[in-house]
Design a protein around this ligand. Structure first.
Ligand code: 1GP
Length: 258
């Protein structure tokens, strides 16, 4: 089994203190007008100059469209392209790796194991590196797409003990990372105190995303204990902001343990 991207991500944390992951949602790109679409390749090239890896995922249901999109990202990216799948149809041979997520904050068997069983043979056929990730949704004050589609409850924002135990269970299940997500485009991001609590309890790296709109917020999540920050919507709205995000996320002292 390949472990190239996983090792790369661990190395990034060691060298830069924390990693910067940018999420691109093919569905959002599809909704753009033609004049904007022409700039997609240029946008990917710019993102890959600042980010440590590009995540591709979202709500697209058409497997061919998804594959074409990943191919385009891969052709224009200097950094690894990782699938962050919304479902089992989001698998593409052009990706360097896939976050093999299980939605462990929910109790919907389809997203805990069902979609994974469907995706497994396709991943094997394409020989894509899998990175097991415990995916944990945190209440953000709004009904996000991921909550609606997955038909699950998020962890309440103030229930740090549930967040902690869910993360620890993920570690014991063999997950390589836990990904705390408030959901894309939310007003409230994952509370920094919740991240601190989890960080003190588990030993696998924490990825944090959802509703991170400023470099200061990103830096706060890193200081709280996140090893990776994911930004999607804000970069879509203001591609220029990527430089400031990269600076803030990579500002942690070099030589961190994770
Ligand atoms: C969502 O964490 C990602 O899964 C990114 O969220 O679009 O709010 O940055 P944003």
């Amino acid at each position: 089994m390949k472990i190239v991207v996983y090792s790369y991500l661990k190395k990034i944390c060691k060298q830069k203190g924390a990693g910067f992951l940018v999420l691109i949602d093919p569905n959002k790109e599809k909704l753009k007008v033609q004049s904007e679409k022409l700039k997609v390749e240029e946008k990917i090239r710019r993102i890959s100059k600042e980010a440590d890896a590009i995540l591709v995922g979202g709500s697209t249901a058409d497997p061919e469209e998804f594959t074409r999109f990943v191919e385009n990202v891969k052709e224009n990216s200097e950094v690894p392209v990782i699938i962050f799948p919304g479902s089992s149809v989001q698998v593409s041979q052009y990706a360097d790796a896939i976050f093999f997520t299980s939605l462990v904050s929910g109790r919907n068997p389809d997203y805990l194991i069902g979609e994974q069983v469907k995706a497994a043979p396709i991943i094997k056929k394409f020989n894509i590196e899998t990175i097991p990730v415990g995916y944990i949704l945190v209440e953000s004050g709004s009904l996000t797409s991921v909550l609606y589609i997955s038909n699950t409850f998020p962890i309440p924002r103030d229930k740090y003990n549930i967040a902690r135990d869910t993360a620890l269970a993920s570690e014991y299940l063999g997950m390589k990372f836990v990904y705390f997500d408030a959901g894309s485009g939310t007003k409230l991001s994952v509370p920094s105190d919740l991240i601190k609590e989890v960080k003190n309890y588990i030993s696998i790296p924490i990825i944090v995303g959802g509703g991170i709109r400023t470099p200061e917020q990103a830096e706060e999540k890193i200081k709280a204990g996140a090893s990776f920050v994911v930004v999607g919507s804000r970069i879509e709205e203001d591609p220029e902001s990527i430089k400031e995000f990269a600076k803030a996320i990579h500002s942690k002292k070099v030589g961190s343990k994770q």
